[in-house]
Design a protein around this ligand. Structure first.
Ligand code: ADP
Ligand code: MG
Length: 267
């Protein structure tokens, strides 16, 4: 059994592009031969909706998975994208903290649920990547995702306060590393909603690069209206308009993510 690589998309700020990145990175990874599971642990469920999974189709959710009511195999639903499957979110996740807070393993619920992910076969083949789409907070859901992950991918918006809050996120990651998940590392920071005509956007990009160096991916995701329109059609942008700048950027990001994973797993 080969375990899939588990990447979590985390940033406690809302609206920075976590979900857009989860949806389109997953689709881009699938387009270049990977087989991807997205676990949607944001109660808002935007990643699930973005794949056109309507509420009636969500018989089980990440809540049932994390309370142990359902096995991973049974919580997975297919999407309109070949080689991408999802464990959807429901509003139940708002109550997860209450449901598991008394349990000694409360931070490991997701890790335990994903421990047999290497056994999951869909369309005859195993999963190679798991992406976890986090809520905009550092709550128990996000902590579960950091405890379950091999690596963190941090989407950061090209805006004035981009770096604000980063130290808190890095501190949380360090705490998880020293207490729950010693091998956790940050795969990279992806700058999103970049507007090349905007001086501020350029300034932020160069500030973040000088602050974080190689941690920042070469790929920068442009501000692109196709990326924001696609979810209303229940499709990733790569299916809605493959040629748009946003889709192309996510394809580029996918190759960078794979390159970084291979370098780290080979080391
Ligand atoms: P988060 O999951 O971090 O809250 P989202 O991915 O939902 O962030 O993005 C917030 C909003 O910005 C959404 O309406 C989304 O469609 C839009 N958006 C995200 N990335 C881009 C982009 N590169 N260009 C244009 N709009 C974007
Ligand atoms: Mg989101």
């Amino acid at each position: 059994m080969v375990q899939p690589r588990i990447l979590t998309l985390a940033n406690q700020k809302g609206g920075v592009g976590k979900t857009t990145t989860a949806i389109n990175l997953a689709t881009a990874l699938a387009a270049i031969g990977e087989r991807v599971l997205i676990v949607d642990i944001d109660p808002q469920g935007n990643a699930s909706t973005g794949f056109g999974i309507d509420r009636q189709a969500r018989q089980y959710s990440a809540y049932d998975l994390m309370t142990g009511e359902v096995e991973l195999q049974d919580a997975i639903v297919s999407t309109n994208v070949p080689n991408v499957v999802v464990v959807p979110s429901t509003m139940d996740l708002l109550g997860l903290e209450m449901a598991i807070s008394d349990h000694g393993d409360r931070a490991f619920r997701l890790r335990n649920a994903l421990s047999r992910a290497g056994d999951i076969i869909f369309d005859g083949k195993p999963i190679t990547y798991i992406l976890i789409d986090c809520p905009p907070s550092l709550n128990l859901l996000t902590i579960n995702s950091l405890a379950a992950a091999d690596a963190v991918l941090v989407p950061m918006q090209c805006e004035f306060f981009a770096l604000e809050g980063l130290s808190q996120l890095l501190q949380t990651i360090e705490q998880i590393k020293s207490s729950l998940n010693p091998n956790l590392y940050i795969q990279g920071v992806v700058m999103t909603m970049y507007d090349k005509r905007n001086n501020l956007s350029n300034q932020v990009l160069s500030d973040v690069r000088s602050h974080l160096g190689d941690l920042v991916y070469e790929t920068v995701i442009p501000r692109n209206v196709r990326l924001s329109e696609a979810p209303s059609y229940g499709k990733p942008a790569l299916l809605y308009d493959l040629k748009c700048a946003g889709s192309q950027a996510y394809l580029h990001l996918a190759t960078e993510v794979i390159k970084r994973e291979r370098r780290l797993t080979a080391a």
